[in-house]
Design a protein around this ligand. Structure first.
Ligand SMILES: Cc1cc2nc3c(=O)[nH]c(=O)nc-3n(C[C@H](O)[C@H](O)[C@H](O)COP(=O)(O)O)c2cc1C
Length: 244
């Protein structure tokens, strides 16, 4: 079984791009099929030209494929990367995500694992806030947030952000250090492995007849949690899926 992972990011000056590559490599190292994509630049050339690093990165990545809604439909899991913009995601990434309402309405983003990584200039400049802010979207999608947590010593070595790999660009002129890249690689690997487990579990359940749990709602009942095939799960879904 192969899982499909879309690594979708925005990067002005290359930091998040370096993290995205490491996340993509981590996912691919598990055997996953990976699409590494950048979202479209929205800033005018006049703004980009004022920052040589921005211009250099924009030119260097011009031939890289842009993310499309088809990538979201295709993927079993997503990794999103964005620089911090006042503690929130970049408008370029948000603009891309805001075009996904049709997929959301069709329920095609639900149940897909998702993870987030970021960069900010300052160590305490809002990386966690940026990840949490972007993650609001994924609650609405009904996606399954897969943070690195403190599941591996590599997370501590990279500064200990359990929400997602992050790098403070102000600490180095050379881009993300080896520890941060290793943490990003691990994050991509963890996303892909988690997705594989979920899909394998879904297949196993389907093969076993699709048994679903039930809750005993009778007065005084104590909910036995045993599979009874009552279809309670599907009733819930009918009332909660977007667009239905
Ligand atoms: C409009 C704007 C807002 C920013 N806000 C923050 C911020 O709140 N905190 C911070 O530490 N850095 C902030 N930065 C710096 C960027 O987050 C940082 O340069 C970026 O993470 C680098 O990523 P990139 O190289 O992938 O573009 C801001 C930059 C811009 C242009």
């Amino acid at each position: 079984m192969t899982v499909k992972v879309a690594v979708i990011h925005y990067s002005a000056t290359g930091t998040v791009h370096a993290l995205a590559r490491a996340v993509a490599e981590g996912a691919a190292s598990t055997g996953a099929e990976v699409r590494l994509r950048r979202v479209a630049e929205l800033a005018p050339d006049s703004a980009i030209d004022r920052n040589p690093q921005w211009r250099q990165h924009a030119d260097a990545t011009a031939s890289m494929e842009e993310a499309s809604l088809e990538d979201l439909a295709w993927a079993d899991a997503f990794a999103f990367g964005t620089p911090s913009r006042f503690g929130a995601p970049a408008a370029q990434l948000k603009q891309f995500i805001d075009q996904a309402s049709g997929l959301w309405e069709e329920g095609r983003l639900a149940d897909k694992p998702v993870t987030v990584f970021t960069a900010a200039f300052n160590r305490h400049g809002g990386t966690e806030a940026t990840i949490l802010s972007l993650s609001n979207v994924f609650y609405h999608w009904g996606a399954l947030i897969v943070p690195p947590g403190y599941t591996d010593p590599i997370v501590f070595a990279a500064g200990g952000n359990p929400y997602g790999t992050s790098f403070a660009t102000g600490t180095s002129e050379d881009g993300p250090d080896a520890s941060t890249l290793a943490a990003a690689h691990y994050q991509g690997e963890r996303l892909a492995r988690t997705t594989l487990r979920l899909r394998a579990g879904t297949h196993a359940l389907a093969a076993a007849g699709g048994a679903e749990g039930s809750v005993d709602l009778a007065p005084g009942g104590a909910g036995n949690g045993k599979a009874a095939g009552s279809g309670a799960g599907s009733v819930l879904r009918a009332h909660t899926s977007p667009g239905r």
